[in-house]
Structures are given as C-alpha cells and as structure tokens.
Design a binder for this molecule. Structure first.
Ligand code: SAM
Ligand code: SF4
Length: 326
C-alpha cells in the first residue's frame, strides 16, 4: 500500500500514453508549436504494462489512461486490452474523435465508463477552442457510447466569456440522456493563458441554478473530486470539479505517470522521478515509487496554497497539461 506522509492512501494512477494530440485546445497546450517526444522517449507497450503491474502490486486499484490523446497511439487497443486483464478498474479520458474505432473492444473488455471532453455544444465555438472542426464526429461518438450502454462522463473546462453561457445547455442534456456532465474549473499550467479572471467558480454557477431548478445534492463517494447534483426527474447528473475554488487535496489518492515515464505525485507538483530509465536499466522501481509518494506536498504540489484569487500563474513551475496527462 502506498501511504504519503499525511496518511493519504494512493490507489489511483493516471497513465499518459502520449504527449501528442489531434486537437489543439487553448487551455491545455501553449499557443506556439509544441515539440512532441520521439517514440523512443515514450514508454513502450511492454514498459507500460510492466510499470502498471508494479503499481498494482503496490496497491493501485484504478488506472486511467490519458494524454495528450490516448487513442492516437497506434497500439492503444493492445495496451488497453493487456491492462484490462490486470485486477484494476481501467478507464480512460479522451477527446472522443477516434472512439468509434475502439468502442467494440472496450465492450468486449468490460469497460464500464469513459470520460469524454467536450467544452461546448456549438460547432463554431468548438473549432475556436480546439482548432479542429470535429464537433459532429465527437458528438456522434458520444451518442454511440451512450447507445452501447457505457457510463459516459462529459468533461467541460469552464472559462469565463468562452463557454460559461452554456452551463444550462449542458445541464439540459441530462434531462433525457443518462450522461454525467462535469464542469471543471480552469487550472493553471505552463503557458495556457490562465489567470484568475477566467475562472468561473462552482459557487457562482450553483447559486444561479438553485434559483432556477429543483436541484438535488447527490452523495459524493470517497476520494471523489466531483461535487455531484441532479435536477429532480432528470436521467443524468451534473457535477463540479472545484480544484481551484475548493481544492480536494485532503483526500487525494492520485498519482500520475507521464508519457516519458516520470512519476508525478501531484498534477501541480514540479518534482518528478524518472521510472523509465531505471526500468530500462533493470533497476528497482518500487522504492522510487514509494519515494515519490512520501515526498508529496500537502496541498497543490506545494506551489500554491492560498486562494486561487492570489495565485500568480507565472510563478508556477510545471509542464503544460498536454505533457502531464490529466
Ligand atoms: N485528450 C484527452 C481529453 O481531452 O480528454 C485526455 C487528455 S486531457 C489533458 C484530460 C483532461 O484534462 C480533459 O478533460 C481536459 O479538458 C482537461 N484539461 C486540460 N487542460 C485543463 C486545464 N487547464 N484546466 C482544467 N482541465 C484541463
Ligand atoms: Fe488534446 Fe485533450 Fe489537451 Fe484538448 S484537452 S489538446 S484534446 S490533450
């Protein structure tokens, strides 16, 4: 079992499969052209499996594949299929563009649910956020996953004056569709243009919703990062990931592995420990993982502890989100 110095158990691992992406979301990557890692610097399929097994032996119970765009990996199907045989809950986060290619495999391998990012329901706005005109394909794949009976969570990064006028449109989807809409507060990463004025906090939106709708508060599970709600009588639910306005570090159980095989004990931490080179050299990995966990900071990777209203994005040392794997 992996416990940090604050007594928090760590049993959830996000594995980034690539730092490449077929979208160019403004909040996730720097505006300038980014250099993706050459394949030799990425964890290869067998290395991912070997590292995942070590983590599972240490008590990891849930693995989420992410990126960049995980489905862009040519060997995604093989990686997914092999990891699905481990005794863990396996899932992934995707922009949805290539999902139809893998829906059948996911069904066969027992995938329960998937997180699909979609920040707007408007095709033109989708293009302006992602720099790709792929709204119709992504929406078609969301419908496909719902029809196939998967538990579908829709991730929406809320940004002021970008898509904050669409919260009610997303919530309206939950009336007839059994989807879980998740509004994520905009977070600061390297060169993603974050500043506090672009964050819409959970409370700003909820006060409005309580006045307009019959809102029911749902029970949040242990380690859940989402505060869950439902409009009375709706099939689906909605939730807020309040990382900025009400961080949930006290109950954090998450670790991350970047596509180049570095363990990050916090999304916001600047410290990383390389696991891939030692693995390639036949060295011990378990102790490096334990070391990383015990070095975890209490709150927000030790980089910002005050209110997000006082956070200076320029002073944060971190990768961009696309290179971390959220
Ligand atoms: N490409 C996949 C996707 O878009 O779902 C997986 C990788 S993406 C980095 C994982 C999640 O991080 C997505 O839901 C995305 O919206 C979210 N994300 C990226 N940058 C973010 C930011 N600055 N603040 C909050 N969430 C962010
Ligand atoms: Fe790509 Fe996902 Fe980042 Fe958008 S959020 S650029 S889809 S990795």
């Amino acid at each position: 079992m992996l416990f940090d110095n604050f007594g928090r158990i760590h049993d959830y691992l996000r594995i980034s499969l690539t730092d490449n992406c077929n979208f160019r979301c403004t909040y996730c990557m720097p505006e300038e052209k980014i250099q993706c890692l050459p394949s030799s610097r990425l964890m290869q399929k067998d290395e991912i499996l070997s590292l995942a097994k070590t983590f599972v032996d240490l008590g990891i119970k849930k693995i989420r594949l992410t990126g960049g765009e995980p489905l862009l990996r040519k060997d995604f199907g093989e990686i997914y299929a092999e990891l699905a045989d481990l005794p863990v809950t396996l899932t992934f986060t995707t922009n949805g563009f290539l999902l139809d290619k893998y829906a059948g495999l996911c069904k066969t391998k027992g995938l329960k649910g998937v997180n699909i990012s979609i920040d707007t329901l408007d095709r033109e706005k989708f293009f302006s956020i992602t720099k790709r005109d792929h709204f119709p394909t992504v929406w078609k794949n969301i419908e496909l996953m719902i029809q196939m009976g998967f538990d579908v969570k829709l991730n929406i990064v809320l940004m002021k004056h970008v898509n904050d006028d669409e919260t009610e449109d997303f919530i309206a989807l939950t009336k007839n569709l059994p989807v879980h809409v998740r509004f994520i507060e905009f977070m600061p990463f390297d060169k993603n243009g974050w500043d506090k004025t672009k964050v819409i906090s959970f409370e700003e939106i909820m006060s409005d919703l309580y006045q307009k709708y019959d809102v029911v508060k749902l029970l949040d599970e242990k380690h859940d990062t989402a505060k869950k709600f439902q409009i009375y009588g709706h099939k689906g639910t909605f939730a807020f990931i309040t990382t900025m306005s009400q961080p949930f570090c006290g109950d954090c159980n998450r670790l991350g592995l970047t596509a180049d095989g570095k363990i990050k004990n916090c999304l916001f931490g600047k410290e990383e420990i390389d696991l891939l080179s030692p693995l390639r050299n036949g060295e011990d990995i378990e102790n490096l993982i334990r070391m990383s966990v015990t070095r975890k900071h209490a709150v927000m990777g030790g980089q910002f502890v005050a209110s997000y209203l006082e956070t200076d994005a320029q002073s944060i040392q971190n990768r961009s989100m696309i290179k971390i794997g959220g």
